[in-house]
Design a protein around this ligand. Structure first.
Ligand code: GLY
Length: 368
């Protein structure tokens, strides 16, 4: 068992990481019993999607039921469209019908969409009830399940209705990653690589050295990578839970990545694919500004390509991409904010990048 402690004063919590459900739940039971005395008789709503339900609902429900918890489950359609206020309303109804009270629990079982949606329900139902994250995608394990960002989308903008709401604990079964498609797995690798680029060169070098074995999804190596990645993200969240400064570095690749997702209608690319191309464009900006060397830019391109991620920007209109960048949540007083690499393992926030540099970087990222 590996665990990482997310240190947030009275909201601190553990991330448990294992390669089977039994050990994971044993550890979680010991922790939760110590924390809240009795789980017997509590009610729980598991929120999951149709794909994850078929794969992992049984062992998870059985484990919670064996603790004496009364479990009901709501299954939502897979995909980003479930992160809506309409879907949220259906889930509040399910929670009310199951008589969930302020001491009940919500469990998010699934990838990033489920974590964000279920966390949002937990943060608002009866002004907030405890919740547990069980992320089953690589992206959710290394990024979205850690740090308490929960949200649903507005029809005109992603993740704008939400809050910071920390779980009781996070349970990660690394064996669950075996069932991901190649694209889903690569999508998570983008966020993992991002953590090395922005915060820890030794981790970046380790990822480069172990890329082939990671792609083969060897459990113990994956567990090491996820563990290190969780440590990096937790350390950032601990210093700046509400993203008033440092936490924004986690958005490297995301100013352009979100614009790519929006400009292409959210269907063409996975989040990690868009972030990969976003990191390339933003690394080009850093190179054009003289912040990093051409050699380091090539290193970033190589590790992303090695994870089967796209590294050439598709043919999307520059004006459309700029329009979406101007909508980014990080922006302050209409200035587009970029997180740019400044050295291996280091990134900083920039608020004064000129538009012509952004345009040049977009064009450079379209060259093979
Ligand atoms: N995914 C970026 C963050 O959690 O801040």
């Amino acid at each position: 068992m590996i665990s990482v402690w997310v240190e947030l004063n009275d909201k601190s919590y553990p991330i448990f990481l294992h390669d089977n459900w039994n050990n994971l739940f044993q550890e979680a039971l010991v922790y939760l019993c110590r924390k809240s005395c009795s789980l017997r008789g509590k009610k729980m709503l598991i929120i999951t999607d149709e794909n994850v339900y078929d794969l992992y609902h049984n062992p998870v429900k059985q484990a919670f039921s064996s603790w004496g918890i009364e479990v009901v489950t709501s299954v939502v359609p897979p995909g980003e469209s479930s992160k809506s206020l309409q879907q949220a309303e259906k889930l509040y109804t399910a929670a009310l019908q199951a008589n969930l009270d302020r001491h009940s629990l919500i469990t998010a079982l699934g990838g990033g969409v489920i974590g964000d949606l279920a966390g949002f329900i937990a943060s608002t139902y009866m002004r907030g009830i405890p919740f547990i994250q069980i992320p089953t995608s690589l992206l959710a394990q290394v990024d979205s399940s850690i740090g308490g960002k929960v949200a649903v989308n507005h029809p005109s903008a992603k993740n704008v209705i939400g809050s910071f709401y920390q779980p009781e604990c996070v349970l990660m079964n690394v064996a669950a990653l075996k069932t991901l498609t190649g694209r889903e797995f690569s999508s998570g690798m983008a966020e993992l690589i991002k953590h090395g680029i922005i915060r820890n060169e030794a981790f970046l070098t380790w990822l480069e050295a172990n890329q082939a074995a990671l792609a083969a999804r060897e459990n113990s190596l994956l567990a090491q990578a996820i563990h290190r990645s969780c440590e990096i993200k937790s350390e950032i969240v601990k210093r700046d839970e509400r993203e008033t400064g440092l936490r924004a570095v986690l958005n490297f690749g995301h100013t352009v990545g979100h614009a790519i997702e929006a400009a292409s209608g959210y269907e063409t690319f996975t989040h990690g694919e868009a972030v990969s191309m976003g990191m390339i464009v933003e690394a080009h900006i850093a190179r054009l500004l003289g912040l990093i060397s051409p050699e380091y830019l090539s290193r970033i391109l190589k590790i992303l390509a090695g994870a089967d991620l796209p590294i050439v920007l598709p043919d999307l209109d520059n004006r459309l991409l700029l329009k979406w960048m101007q909508h980014d949540k990080k922006n302050v007083q209409d200035r587009v904010v970029f997180v740019l690499p400044t050295a291996p393992g280091k990134a900083e926030i920039f608020r004064d990048v000129q538009i012509d540099v952004v345009l040049e970087a977009l064009d450079a990222a379209r060259q093979e």
